[in-house]
Design a protein around this ligand. Structure first.
Ligand SMILES: *[C@@H]1O[C@H](CO)[C@@H](O)[C@H](O)[C@H]1NC(C)=O
Ligand SMILES: *[C@@H]1O[C@H](CO)[C@@H](O)[C@H](O)[C@H]1NC(C)=O
Ligand SMILES: *[C@@H]1O[C@H](CO)[C@@H](O)[C@H](O)[C@H]1NC(C)=O
Ligand SMILES: *[C@@H]1O[C@H](CO)[C@@H](O)[C@H](O)[C@H]1NC(C)=O
Ligand SMILES: *[C@@H]1O[C@H](CO)[C@@H](O)[C@H](O)[C@H]1NC(C)=O
Ligand SMILES: *[C@@H]1O[C@H](CO)[C@@H](O)[C@H](O)[C@H]1NC(C)=O
Ligand SMILES: *[C@@H]1O[C@H](CO)[C@@H](O)[C@H](O)[C@H]1NC(C)=O
Length: 394
């Protein structure tokens, strides 16, 4: 009897261990098991949503698997949280948008909303099939074009190694997200595709973007208001418009702080690094470090523009977003325009504490040196600064 009890006891202990082990193991939810076709033609939106629902309800670190070697057609799809556990989407296959004008509303192809501790990883591709949309927009027929991949209210987000391509509009947006890591992501769209920004963020904080390759028709990375603590490092941008802060001070009160761009290459972009704001705006943008940047054939490598006015018909206004504490260190390479540096600040709200050190920019294919245009900017320089800067002393 004693022996039986002992065997029974051991059995129970083993059973408990097996259950614990199974619970601790990540559970896989493959979209094919939820009847996705993956033939590139059948709409797999419902199957993806069923897979997400199951994974999101799982308590033991679920992995939603989108397998490689297949193409999944998705229309507007929203993955909603919160989920019961940290969750991973393993994207090895290809996701494509419908190859037609499929919405006339403001929409995203994929949205993740209120999902905390989400990891989106894999060597898969999300293809927005944007060409038809760019053409439609260029002929003034499509006002609203879908964003490829949107994250809203997601904290502790990791996006890794995936490839985003040919979005109809922006490629990736972050809204009210914090603790975000974007790593080894590539974004590819033609240089003349309209408004196809790489990564755009607003009202977000603690964002790290590293080792990314971003070739688009608009901003490589754009940082909008209410955003703090952003690091962009080891990235390559171009073609496209470069890394932009703003435009700030439109309808909102600007609050942007602690932005670092370091160890990045800019190849054939319109600007390198730029802070831009509308005249008459309110708020502040401060605490910038632009360091160790390599410019190759960049139109305007360094810009602060307090007179941002893309349509070119803005009346003169007083006031402006206060731009201060911007350091530009170790920036070298070539510009295609002569004015390699433009610091154009408002008469009523001057730029303060601008610092430039070890800058060496040449006007590409010209014997004449590059130049700098400075208006209402105050600051200091150290070491070599070419082209030379003459700060305002008033
Ligand atoms: C970066 O992404 C590519 C393409 O997805 C992948 O092949 C490579 O292994 C990734 N590298 C790292 C270090 O994660
Ligand atoms: C991303 O995917 C697109 C479409 O498959 C491809 O053309 C592009 O070369 C890829 N980019 C990278 C960096 O692998
Ligand atoms: C952002 O990170 C800093 C330190 O890295 C931390 O102190 C702060 O709490 C974080 N903010 C949020 C909103 O998580
Ligand atoms: C950005 O870099 C700074 C300095 O290295 C570091 O203190 C900060 O925590 C980083 N922020 C993020 C979001 O990675
Ligand atoms: C950037 O690259 C450098 C050198 O390759 C490396 O030491 C550093 O860890 C990288 N930083 C990030 C945030 O990936
Ligand atoms: C700057 O970029 C050019 C062209 O891409 C490259 O040849 C050069 O090695 C880079 N320099 C540095 C310091 O990374
Ligand atoms: C810099 O060069 C541009 C283009 O040639 C010219 O319009 C501008 O006046 C120059 N600025 C200065 C400060 O010399």
């Amino acid at each position: 009897m004693k022996k039986m009890a002992a065997v029974k006891h051991i059995f129970v202990v083993l059973l408990v261990l097996v259950i614990r082990w199974a619970e601790g193991r990540p559970q896989k939810y493959n979209v094919l098991d939820f009847h996705a076709f993956g033939d590139g033609e059948t709409d797999d939106t419902e199957a993806f949503l069923r897979t997400w629902q199951a994974a999101c309800n799982c308590r033991s670190q679920p992995v939603m698997v989108v397998p490689g070697g297949r193409t999944f057609l998705l229309a507007q799809i929203k993955f909603e949280g919160p989920c019961k556990s940290p969750i991973t989407v393993q994207l090895d296959g290809k996701i494509v948008a419908p190859n037609k004008i499929w919405t006339s509303e403001e929409a995203n192809l994929l949205t993740f909303c209120r999902v905390d501790s989400l990891t989106l990883d894999g060597n898969g591709v999300i293809d927005g099939q944007g060409a038809i949309w760019w053409d439609c927009y260029n002929h003034k027929r499509c006002d609203n074009r879908p964003i490829l991949l949107g994250f809203a209210f997601c904290n502790n987000l990791v996006v890794k190694s995936i490839n985003l391509t040919d979005s109809a509009d922006k490629h990736m947006t972050l809204f009210q997200c914090s603790q975000v890591q974007v790593y080894n992501v590539s974004i590819t769209a033609p240089g003349d595709s309209p408004n196809t920004d790489g990564i755009t963020m607003a009202s977000s904080n603690n964002i790290s973007i590293s080792s990314c390759f971003i070739q688009t028709g608009d901003d490589c990375v754009s940082i909008l208001s209410h955003t703090t603590n952003v690091n962009v490092t080891n990235c390559t941008c171009g073609p496209g418009h470069g890394i932009s802060v703003g435009s700030l001070g439109g309808s909102e009160i600007a609050q942007v702080e602690q932005i670092t761009v370091s160890n990045c290459n800019f190849i054939g972009t319109m600007t390198g690094v730029r802070i831009k704001s509308w005249q008459g705006g309110k708020g502040y943008a401060r605490g910038f470090l632009f360091e160790s940047l390599n410019m190759t054939a960049v139109q305007y490598p360094i810009i602060i523009d307090q007179f941002y006015c893309p349509q070119g018909n803005c009346p003169k206004k007083d006031g402006g977003v206060a731009i201060s504490d911007a350091r530009f260190i170790n920036i070298q390479g070539t510009s295609t325009e002569r004015q390699a540096i433009r610091l154009l600040c408002s008469q009523s709200v001057n730029c303060r504490d601008i610092y430039l050190s070890n800058i060496d920019l040449c006007w590409m294919n010209h014997n004449a040196p590059a130049n700098a245009t400075i208006l209402n900017a105050h600051g200091t320089t150290a070491g070599m600064v070419v082209p030379q800067i003459q700060f305002d002393t008033r």
